[in-house]
Ligand binder design. Structure first.
Ligand SMILES: NC(=O)C1=CN([C@@H]2O[C@H](COP(=O)(O)OP(=O)(O)OC[C@H]3O[C@@H](n4cnc5c(N)ncnc54)[C@H](O)[C@@H]3O)[C@@H](O)[C@H]2O)[C@H](O)CC1
Ligand SMILES: [K+]
Length: 507
């Protein structure tokens, strides 16, 4: 699913109208017809449509017409200066008038007390309110009668379905411009709006569905912002095709540097996740004093300790991917080991946890490793790496991750609700995962899965996207029956879920 901004909508509209000669009213009618499919007409009969005078309002007026045509009881309120009404909205308003569908108008300059009372009563007497006051054209603080109406709707509402965006939200940034409709469902056009990714907007957007307005795919592709929400088809497609045609018999040889005294669990989880994700050969490199404990637990993997220099050198040279950092300790020795492995290796390297902590103020050591480093920080680690505050990163996480990836020529997987994966150019948002998974060891498990997928020969960026998706997908399935989901439970499910995905890694 594509992510887009107000600008993306505007640009596409202009291209369609000017270059491809698709009249806007045609796209609007497509938008209307695709929106009404989601208005639950089999459940409800009484609708109220509240429209502005922009094209979002035009969508609403067309929706009112289509609802009426299907025998529904519809009341329409239009708010805004009538002299500003867009041509397409005017056309739809004229059709409504010709059909004798009554429209109450609230002019921003007029005295609207009686109509506001009428609106309140109509809301109470209806099943569903369709919100079409503002769409992607909202550009300033919502005030006056617009503010009054939104507050009335939020206070008196039954169900509210917002068209394109809940009125009051900046579709690009997610900023709430003073007041905003609290939608139960948002039916958005062409793009999942970038603003919806801001955590604070979740209480306004409700369930989001994205519908098409009939713009040909090749045009959308041409003006793509390269930002997406990972779909299950993307994951299936990527993993399958890579293995089917390119690496059918190659399961990869991976090395994981992890664990230290007191942190043997991290090393176990990362290695076991790589094994269960289908790697041909997994070797864990750890401190000598935890080697025996881990050897006894990781029966299908091998272990080495830091004293075995020749063996380690050979492992680094021959690995198809290296995972580094879980439970190693935030100390000088870890930094030295990181530099050593970075210098000696040529394969993709995934760095997490203490591997990231020691990179603070040393990020330049990644510069010489062109395009083969993946970092997987959570917000705290990202804050230490970038020097930016957690709250700033939270507010601007897409751009912070993108900029950091671009500057350092790396792939960044920024963990959190709706994890981000970006190489500075393309960005994916991971839709899977849940709060039942918020416990120790999850990151180690993800590191093992990413290392394994890359080691098996998947394209690096796609491997990270797919690993994040499957990791969260398993968590989502388990959380339906478990209050807490831990890493070992995820690991145990990897083979069966991969099988369900029809992923051919183990053929
Ligand atoms: N390609 C598509 O996705 C299509 C989407 N459609 C719909 O069109 C709207 C965007 O329409 P636009 O006319 O550009 O903007 P709005 O309807 O959001 O309204 C702008 C309108 O409101 C005024 N305004 C802006 N901010 C404020 C404010 N704070 N207070 C008061 N008034 C304000 C502004 O001056 C304008 O008059 C999109 O969301 C879709 O719903 C098309 O139907 C088809 C193609
Ligand atoms: K709206």
């Amino acid at each position: 699913m594509r992510i887009g901004t107000s600008m993306s909508t505007k640009r596409l509209d202009e291209v369609c109208v000017n270059e491809y000669k698709i009249p806007l009213i045609v796209m609007m009618e497509n938008a209307i017809l695709s929106a009404i499919k989601h208005l639950d007409m089999d459940l409800y009969d009484k609708y109220i449509v509240v429209s502005g005078v922009g094209n979002n309002g035009g969508d609403g007026l067309g929706i009112a017409r289509q609802l009426k045509a299907r025998g529904k009881d519809v009341k329409v309120f239009v708010v805004g200066s009538m002299e500003k009404i867009t041509p397409c909205s005017k056309t739809n308003l004229d059709i409504l008038k010709a059909m004798n569908i009554s429209c109450r108008t609230l002019d921003i300059k007029g005295e609207n007390i009686n109509i506001l009372e009428e609106l309140k009563t109509s809301i109470k007497n209806s099943d569903v309110l369709v919100d079409c006051i503002f769409g992607t054209g909202l550009e300033r603080e919502v005030k006056g009668v617009f503010k009054d109406i939104i507050n009335i709707i939020n206070t008196n509402k039954n169900l509210v379905y917002s068209i394109d965006v809940p009125s009051g939200i900046n579709a690009t940034t997610g900023e709430i411009l003073g007041v905003c409709i609290k939608a139960d469902k948002t039916i958005s056009f062409e793009f999942y709006k970038r603003g919806f990714l801001k955590y604070e907007t979740k209480e306004y957007i409700g369930d989001v569905v994205v519908e098409h307005v009939g713009i040909p795919e090749h045009i959308i592709k041409k003006y793509d912002d390269n930002e997406y929400i990972t779909s299950i088809d993307f994951v299936k497609g990527n993993i399958k095709s890579k293995n089917k045609f390119s690496f059918k018999n190659n399961f990869g040889k991976v090395t994981i540097f992890a664990g230290s005294k007191g942190f043997s669990g991290a090393a176990f989880i990362a290695s076991e996740a790589a094994i269960k994700s289908g790697s041909g050969l997994v070797t864990l490199v750890c401190d000598e004093d935890i080697q025996d404990i881990i050897s006894s637990k990781v029966s299908e993997g091998m272990t080495a300790n830091y004293k075995e220099e020749n063996r380690i050198n050979k492992l680094i040279e021959t690995s198809s991917a290296i995972g580094f950092g879980c439970g190693m300790g935030d100390n000088k020795l870890t930094l030295e080991r990181l530099e050593y492995v970075l210098n000696k290796s040529n394969c993709p390297m995934i760095i997490d946890a203490d591997g990231l902590n020691v990179l603070k103020n040393n990020i330049n050591i990644l510069k010489k490793c062109e395009n083969r480093i993946i970092i997987t920080p959570h917000l705290g680690e990202m804050s230490r790496l970038t020097g930016k505050s957690i709250s700033y990163i939270k507010e601007n996480r897409l751009d912070v991750a993108k900029e950091f990836a671009k500057e350092n020529n790396i792939i960044v997987l920024l963990k959190g609700y709706e994890t981000i994966i970006t190489d500075g150019n393309i960005l994916y948002i991971n839709p899977t995962g849940n709060s039942a998974m918020a416990n120790g060891g999850m990151g180690d498990c993800l590191l093992g899965m990413i290392t394994s997928f890359i080691g098996q020969g998947l394209e690096i960026f796609n491997a990270v996207v797919c690993a994040a998706y499957i990791h969260g997908y398993i968590g989502d399935i388990l959380s339906k029956k478990l209050y807490t989901v831990n890493a070992t439970q995820i690991i145990n499910e990897i083979p069966s879920i991969m099988n369900e995905f029809d992923i051919e890694i183990n053929l």
